[in-house]
Design a protein around this ligand. Structure first.
Ligand SMILES: [Zn+2]
Length: 384
């Protein structure tokens, strides 16, 4: 292998590293390799730990689509707030959570320290970014300011807004339109840096074309940066903060990151919406119903570890129940029976005598708990 081939190989590895994203255990990714068929995926269990894992984006043009969703990282009820959520749709179990709980009438101060939220000068939650911390503080402060009787309506409206499919549809159309030029430029850079070098090294030789290619690459690189800033400004103006400018500097100086810069515009674009509502707009009915089933089972049969206090359980139960009601209504409004979705199906030859209501695994014993779901009691299968 000569020097040019070694250099090319290093570049390809750096590029592949840009296609991999560290993803939190309770993040939900909606993914399409070419923009037609959408799937749901999660952080890898095998390449990860209790907090998160790696998720891979499509490394070949047209660069794929990857939308990222994270549930609200705290649970709320009309009386209390806890930095604990039960929702976890991956097999890796609950990520580590702080499990702080405060009654709203006990809250005196809510302050931000970088990406941390402090309540009464005590760490309540560490957020993914400063922008998230600011957004969540606004929600907590609004809940604190209103009367207990108004909080149920506030929380219900907050969840319901995530199911605005008209708004999701409009945002998606705008996104496709506003990123058309950026996507084209990213694909041109991909050809310049990953395909053309192969032809040059193997067939054309370096000397005759390197100057011409270098100059034209710089032009496309700068055009891509300009298109990125314009698209980001139009689609995610709230996130043009310190994080954005440090990332912009990397994109400017590091070509593998420049090729993938459209991911930054895409990643959190729909994070204020519910993934089920996004799937309704983007994905097939079977993808949507499979996800709805997984979500409803997870919310209906949550897993609490021994350290969760009664106050935490009460708050999570209230919040989960509110989510279940809204998801069921959303499904009914879209001609899906939420109760039929949850009926487990076993063939008689399986000799199933009981099943876990959470993961719907069948067992040959008549009672006990599910080893995969901890304390969840098995339900006896009624024989016909
Ligand atoms: Zn189970």
């Amino acid at each position: 292998m000569n020097d040019y081939q070694t250099l090319y190989l290093v570049f390809v590895l750096l590029y592949l590293a840009e296609c991999v994203k560290w993803t939190h255990r309770y993040s939900i990714l909606i993914y399409s390799a070419i923009g037609n068929y959408w799937h749901v995926k999660f952080a890898s269990n095998s390449l990860g730990n209790r907090t998160g894992g790696f998720a891979f984006n499509n490394p070949i043009p047209p660069l794929g689509y990857l939308f990222h969703y994270r549930p609200l990282p705290f649970s709320i009820s009309p009386t209390a707030i806890t930095s604990f959520i039960t929702q976890v749709l991956t097999d890796g179990g609950q990520p580590k959570q702080l499990k702080r709980v405060f009654q709203f009438d006990q809250i005196k101060t809510v302050t931000q320290n970088s990406n941390h939220i402090n309540i009464n000068a005590e760490l309540f939650l560490s957020c993914r970014s400063e922008a998230d911390a600011k957004k969540f503080i606004a929600i907590i402060s609004e809940l604190k300011a209103i009367d207990k009787n108004q909080r149920a309506r506030y929380i219900t409206d907050f969840i319901s807004r995530q199911f605005d499919i008209q708004q999701i549809s409009t945002t998606y159309k705008t996104y496709r339109k506003q990123t058309r030029i950026l996507r084209l430029l990213c694909n041109i850079l991909w050809l310049y840096l990953l395909v053309l070098p192969l032809a040059i090294i193997n067939y054309l030789g370096i000397t005759p074309v390197v100057m011409w290619l270098g100059v034209s690459y710089v032009v496309f690189h700068l055009l891509t940066i300009i298109a990125f800033v314009i698209a980001f400004r139009q689609l995610q103006p709230d996130f043009m903060n310190a994080d954005f400018y440090s990332r912009l500097a990397i994109i400017l100086l590091f070509p593998p990151a420049t090729i993938r810069c459209i991911d930054l515009v895409t990643y959190d674009l729909f994070s204020d919406f519910h993934p089920l509502a996004s799937l309704h707009v983007l994905a097939s009915d079977s993808t949507k119903t499979m996800f709805a089933k997984k979500l409803l089972l997870d919310l209906s049969y949550p897993i609490f570890d021994e350290s969760a206090s009664p106050s935490i359980k009460e708050t999570c139960d209230w919040y989960n129940t509110r989510q279940i009601e809204i998801i069921r209504k959303f499904l009914r409004d879209n001609n899906i029976n939420p109760y039929e979705l949850l009926i487990p199906t076993f063939s008689e030859s399986d000799q199933i005598k009981s099943y876990c209501p959470r993961c719907q695994t069948g067992y040959s014993v008549t009672k006990g708990t599910c080893p995969d779901c901890g304390q969840i009691e098995l339900i006896k299968v009624e024989q016909n």
